[in-house]
Design a protein. Structure first.
Length: 447
């Protein structure tokens, strides 16, 4: 039985974007973490651990409703524990159920926005799938969930009372704090920063292989390449020598690749920013991320080393002024929707690419169990026509690029070539860090 504890809560920028997609195609904003567990699972400890997390984090008890044509969130008070156990499942069926679980939608108006599925293949062999609606979690939240699940389970499995954890700030408390900061004395200057930036934002279409169909689709295909340890070490060395992050190098390489692909050097990118710089946000379970437009122009004569510094400075400037972006929340959301071709029949094939950088799936370290992560499609791939996801292993010994694309617009061969060419470009830039970006693009594509 659910009762409303706190209602009529506004949504963040990213939540508004995701909500508009989720109500059209239920399940398209699911994000799942799946593990194979070797060893006997303490089912009562797992259930109690999930129950503790439900009560600890308001985000896990959030429902979404429409009020006066505007989406609003509400926090429920419930004793429900969304966990399902299925026994005597063979490997083929278990694999199928894991994939189906990833796609099964939530009833946002009444159901809890996450669920746990435990599939028993044998007494000491299980699949564990935790599925969230992306509206209530970001990647940092998923890591937090797994860490706290481990904390509760390991104590309960030993028959002990889990040690108390510090009270977390709730997502609605964080949003209220963010809104109060947005009306500070610095806000007008930060809003003016985005006024200038967004007015110069280039809305140029990228070239596509195909004309879009009459109806939009809400799934992507993927091509991938892996940059192994040797090449990755060269990229890391290049980043260290220029005093920038590895993600900065990746962003600069994407800009060069897309410049050659489109014939334009002013292609804008969207970059999801975790938005957790303030200490109070460390333990918040919620969808806190902000999609930041990266608006920086390269010239073909610019050296790659200078391009890196330009990208780093542009990202730092965007992050420092992120509070001012709240004023443009509707227009930024609209640019996501327009460029993602998601508002009905596709009026054009305009696409604004997005680049994301993730560390490998969060690890589970449950007592008496060996957990192996199973790869699943991530939610961000579902609302962009062209999306580059970089996934680095926890051991940091390799970097995988997933080129996720709308098959209504791009052919598999084109995207496969784009992924492979990124690897070539990364090798060339590491070998010649002072070469001009124009020379790198030309050499890399000729190759």
């Amino acid at each position: 039985m659910q009762t409303i504890k706190r209602g009529n809560l506004p949504l963040t920028l990213l939540q508004e974007i995701l909500y508009s997609l989720e109500i059209r195609v239920p399940g398209c904003q699911n994000c799942s973490e799946a593990y194979r567990l070797r060893g006997p699972v303490n089912e009562s400890a797992l259930r109690a651990s999930v129950a503790a997390l439900v009560q600890r984090h308001d985000a896990l008890r959030t429902v979404f409703q429409t009020t006066n044509d505007l989406p609003r969130a509400a926090i429920t008070q419930t004793s429900e524990v969304p966990i399902e156990l299925r026994r005597e499942i063979n490997l083929e069926l278990a694999t199928h159920l894991v994939r189906q679980e990833r796609l099964r939608g939530f009833d946002l108006s009444s159901a809890l926005p996450f669920r746990v599925l435990l599939l028993e293949l044998a007494r000491d062999d299980h699949f564990l799938v935790v599925t969230f609606c992306h509206l209530v979690v970001d990647q940092v939240s998923v890591v937090l969930f797994m860490r706290e699940l481990t904390h509760f389970y390991n104590a309960l499995a030993d028959g002990e009372v889990p040690s108390p954890l510090p009270r977390p700030m709730q997502s609605w408390e964080w949003l209220r704090r963010e809104k109060s900061l947005a009306i500070s004395k610095a806000f007008p200057a930060k809003a003016w920063f985005w006024t200038k930036k967004l007015s110069s934002m280039v809305m140029s279409p990228l070239p596509t292989d195909l004309e879009p169909g009459a109806e939009p689709i809400f799934h992507t295909d993927r091509q991938s390449i892996t940059i192994q340890a040797g090449s990755l070490d060269l990229l890391k060395r290049s980043a260290r020598e220029q005093g920038v992050t590895l993600f900065t190098v990746v962003l600069a390489l994407c800009k060069i690749m897309l410049a050659r692909f489109s014939g334009r050097w002013d292609v804008a990118l969207f970059v999801p920013f975790h938005n957790r710089l303030r200490p109070q946000s460390a333990g918040v379970m919620g969808c806190l991320a902000i999609p930041l437009p990266l608006l920086v122009d390269f010239s073909p004569e610019m050296g790659f080393d200078n391009a890196l510094k330009l990208v780093q400075a542009a990202m730092a400037e965007a992050i420092d002024n992120r509070d001012g972006l709240k004023l443009f929340q509707p227009s930024v959301a609209k640019s996501f929707m327009d460029f993602g071709n998601r508002k009905g029949p596709l009026p054009s094939h305009r696409t604004l690419p997005m680049v994301n950088y993730l560390v490998d799936a969060p690890r589970l370290e449950l007592k008496g169990l060996a957990a192996t992560s199973l790869e699943l499609v991530r939610p961000d791939e579902f609302y962009k026509d062209l999306y580059f996801e970089f996934l680095q292993t926890l051991e940091r010994d390799k970097l995988t690029l997933y080129v996720c694309y709308n098959p209504q617009l791009f052919k598999k061969a084109t995207m496969s070539r784009l992924a492979e060419e990124f690897r070539c470009l990364s090798d060339e830039s590491a070998a010649h860090p002072k070469a001009s970006v124009g020379a790198l693009a030309k050499q890399f594509f000729q190759r």
